[in-house]
Design a binder for this molecule. Structure first.
Ligand code: OXD
Ligand code: MN
Length: 581
């Protein structure tokens, strides 16, 4: 297949081969035969284990190295010429130094291994908004996963043509030792070098590395947005479909929200899934904001996925799925904490399950084609993307932050996104459960200085007066006994309904200094066991209670120094005055 590649691409592949010294080179064509051959080879080598093929046809289990189960943010770098450009939100390394370090780590690393050349396209092949990349990897698991997660192979290579602006991603699992692990991004060169990890977020370079870190940098140059957002269509009983884009940090329920099944009494309501993790958004010629899912598959968190929390996901996972680090039942079916039935007998490390630790790793995953999702919509293939009516930000906050509120205008919405925070989860290594600031859920993924990123967000108001309304939600508030105050999951449709009514200006709301909150009774709670008082507490914003939070936000924003946009600071200050009144 290499004969169709551009000289530029061939040259790069030859250079990498000279450095990494693979035994052989395989250009991936993206065919079924190739996928099957990769699977057979991994079954033979023990990288994959066959699951019960009667109940789970073409489903396999991959057990990663136990030290390689999540993104490693402290080993992830943005390597721009100036440190200032990467910003305090990123680890930075001088590009020449990072290249030299990468060269040392990649030298001879593929000896005895196959080097896969994986051309891929992020977004539909016929969309002007899609972008191509090529990942070179020595991992068959990565090559097979890229087939599921992207438009991979011959067609992508064809689309790439002679274009020299494709993203070059070099990956090796190396020796999997943490001390040799590095994930370098060179946004100015559209290049990624990742070594020492086979974990999806570090190794499937089309996803976080390309579609978020490199793409966010490129999006600023080209006046679009690359965001950590799900995209879903909400259909009402009148048959109208409105699309939302929603940013939540990793492992905070984006996949569940994107595949929401409304409760029984919500007859005629339906949620359509466009994407569960990444949105590339462009202003259309009509002034509206359109979003496209650059991915073609889901790399979702398994634990907590059940017929109650996400029946669509359960239905899509019973064939053609790669599971990573889940447990296994006596019937050799995949098992994770929260699943409706079954008993694990083997844990994620392959040891007998003894009940003292979880059977599935808390960040165990499924990799599956989007097309297998019962709520997947063809609109996801629309080269223009889907028109967004509401942007939703949200975090995992046990206290203070209300169930839902609406920003007063676009600039205030940018502040709402910029001041997001959330409890950390198992999707990244480190302590779980501490609240950290995670603007737009992009803390681990913004490829440049957050101050400049907010400025870029603000600039959209100069280009259009038809931007979507901006909201903030919190499904995770707890009462004084520690219980969740809101049922979440399917019942979140009740909040989405209010959001869309507001976005379409079909209902009014109560104005507070921090934004618009629902009028009492305007969020439908019929059939829920929530007292009026609890609902009031859940939705209320008492400005005086926000002093500490606002102080924290102020400190955080100020840490961006001269990069903090004056307009954002003005928004902040005007609310501060009202809080202190
Ligand atoms: C993911 C993440 O895998 O955000 O999507 O970590
Ligand atoms: Mn994510």
């Amino acid at each position: 297949m290499s004969h169709t590649a551009s000289e530029d691409l061939k040259q790069w592949v030859a250079n990498v081969a000279r450095l990494a010294l693979p035994e052989r080179i395989h250009w991936c064509d993206g065919s079924e035969e190739e996928y099957n051959a990769l699977v057979s080879q991994m079954l033979a080598s023990g990288q994959l284990h066959e699951l019960n093929q009667e109940q789970f046809p073409r489903c396999y289990l991959h057990r990663s190295d136990p030290s390689d189960v999540a993104r490693t943010e402290h080993l992830t770098f943005v390597c721009t010429k100036s440190k200032d450009e990467a910003g305090p939100n990123n680890n930075w390394k001088e590009p020449a130094e990072a290249h030299a370090e990468a060269d040392r780590l990649f030298a001879g690393v593929m000896k005895g291994r196959t080097m896969y050349v994986v051309p891929y396209c992020m977004g539909p092949l016929d969309s002007p908004h899609s972008r191509c990349g090529v990942e070179i990897t020595d991992s068959a698991y990565v090559a097979a996963s890229m087939k599921i997660m992207t438009r991979m192979g011959k067609k992508a290579l064809l689309r790439l043509g002679n274009d020299k602006t494709f993203v070059k991603g070099l990956h090796s699992i190396g020796d999997l030792k943490v001390e040799h692990r590095r994930i370098f991004h060179f946004p100015e060169e559209k290049m990624i070098k990742s070594i020492g990890s086979g974990y999806g977020g570090n190794a499937l370079l089309g996803k976080k590395c390309h579609a978020l870190r490199i793409a966010s940098y490129q999006a600023r140059q080209e006046a679009w947005l690359a965001e950590h957002m799900l995209i879903a269509g909400i259909e009402n009983p009148q048959g109208e479909i409105f699309y939302i884009a929603a940013a939540f940090p990793s492992a905070c329920g984006k996949t569940n929200l994107a595949m929401l099944i409304p409760p029984e009494q919500y007859k005629g309501w339906k949620v359509w899934t466009v994407g569960d993790d990444i949105a590339w958004m462009h202003l259309g010629e009509d002034g509206y904001l359109y979003a496209m899912n650059p991915e073609a598959g889901f790399f979702g968190v398994a634990p907590g996925t059940s017929s109650k929390t996400n029946a669509n996901a359960v239905a899509m996972l019973n064939h053609d799925t790669i599971f990573t680090n889940v447990g296994v039942t006596a019937d050799n079916t995949p098992w994770w904490e929260g699943l409706d039935e079954g008993q694990p007998v083997v844990d994620w490390k392959g040891d007998p399950f003894d009940g003292t630790t979880p059977a599935a790793h808390p960040n165990s995953r499924f990799t599956v084609s989007s097309r297998q999702c019962p709520s997947y919509t063809k609109a996801a293939e629309d080269p223009r993307g889907v028109r967004i009516s509401a942007i939703i930000f949200g975090g995992r906050r046990p206290s203070l932050i209300p169930l839902v509120y609406e920003a007063k205008n676009w600039a205030h919405g940018v502040l709402v996104g910029a001041s997001m925070a959330s409890q950390t989860t198992a999707a990244a290594t480190g302590v779980v459960g501490i609240v950290r600031r995670d603007p737009m859920a992009m803390k681990p993924f913004c490829g440049y200085n957050f101050g400049d990123y907010w400025d870029h967000w603000l600039s959209f108001a100069k280009k259009s007066d038809k931007l979507p309304k901006v909201f903030h939600v919190n499904w995770f508030r707890r009462d004084e006994k520690g219980n969740f105050m809101w049922p979440g999951y399917g019942d979140n449709i009740r909040v989405l309904r209010w959001i869309l009514d507001r976005a379409n200006r079909r209902c009014d709301a109560v104005e507070t200094p921090l934004g618009f909150i629902p009028r009492p009774g305007s969020i439908d709670t019929t059939g829920l066991n929530i007292a009026e008082k609890a609902m009031h507490d859940l939705c209320d914003i008492t400005p005086s209670g926000w002093k500490e939070e606002w102080d924290e936000i102020g400190k955080f924003l100020n840490s961006f120094g001269t990069h903090l946009p004056a307009q954002l600071k003005a928004q902040y200050d005007s609310i501060l005055k009202q809080i202190n009144r």
